[in-house]
Design a protein around this ligand. Structure first.
Ligand SMILES: Nc1nc2c(ncn2[C@@H]2O[C@H](COP(=O)(O)OP(=O)(O)OP(=O)(O)O)[C@@H](O)[C@H]2O)c(=O)[nH]1
Ligand SMILES: [Mg+2]
Length: 192
């Protein structure tokens, strides 16, 4: 978090993290489109749209006295670029962990979750985290339930954690997750 007292701007950093192909880029694109800022997302990706390094954009919000700039990133899920994930997490204020809710993806989700935890050490328990069980629209396949995932991660040791089912391709739950994360970071603030 960075305070610019002269310009009265508060800057925070939010990172969408999670295993490859879980829907991080789709989520951030929906979020920016919702705030009419779809042209403000810069993606460093390959020719088939897989994230190479990160996606990045700034969402500005006006407050009565101070303005808020949310720097939003996605980390690449591909392991070939794993080294970039640590850099993307530098100075982060809140995480949206995008999991693939299909039961066969549980192992991948947990591997990514454990990596995130190890990159943070003890700080992992105090940083605000939203878990997004994404791709909940996919039919005919067993899904990971909210309770099921929370039981896998010893969630009671986390201070600010919230879990939500999402469908990023339709934008379902994306705003709710973002708003909940902002609430964790600034309990007094309502964003517009
Ligand atoms: N059915 C369904 N497909 C989704 C959903 N969200 C994302 N997808 C699809 O899943 C694929 C991967 O989505 P991305 O947003 O590129 O995933 P990512 O997490 O950014 O992937 P990496 O950058 O490679 O780590 C794309 O084909 C998306 O259209 C969802 O909620 N439901
Ligand atoms: Mg991506």
């Amino acid at each position: 978090m960075i305070y610019d007292y002269e310009k009265k701007i508060l800057q925070i950093k939010i990172v969408y993290y999670g295993p490859a192909m879980s829907g991080k880029t789709t989520s951030i694109k929906y979020l920016f489109a919702y705030f009419n800022k779809e042209d403000k997302v810069t993606s460093i990706d390959n020719t088939v749209g897989r994230t190479l390094f990160f996606d990045f954009g700034v969402l500005p919000f006006k407050g009565a006295e101070w303005n808020l700039n949310c720097l939003v990133y996605t980390a690449t899920g591909q392991d070939f670029y794993a080294i970039t994930r640590q850099a993307t997490l530098n100075g982060v204020d809140g995480i949206i962990f995008v999991a693939d809710s299909r039961v066969q993806c549980l192992h991948h989700n947990l591997r990514s979750w454990n990596e995130l935890r190890s990159l943070f050490g003890n700080k992992a328990h105090t940083i605000p985290i939203i878990i997004s069980l994404n791709k909940y629209d996919i039919e005919n396949l067993t899904k990971i339930s909210k309770e099921g995932f929370l039981n896998e991660i010893d969630f009671s040791s986390f201070k600010k954690i919230y879990i939500n089912k999402t469908i990023a391709i339709k934008g379902q739950g994306i705003l709710e997750s973002f708003e909940q994360l902002i609430k964790f970071i600034f309990p007094q603030l309502t964003i517009r």
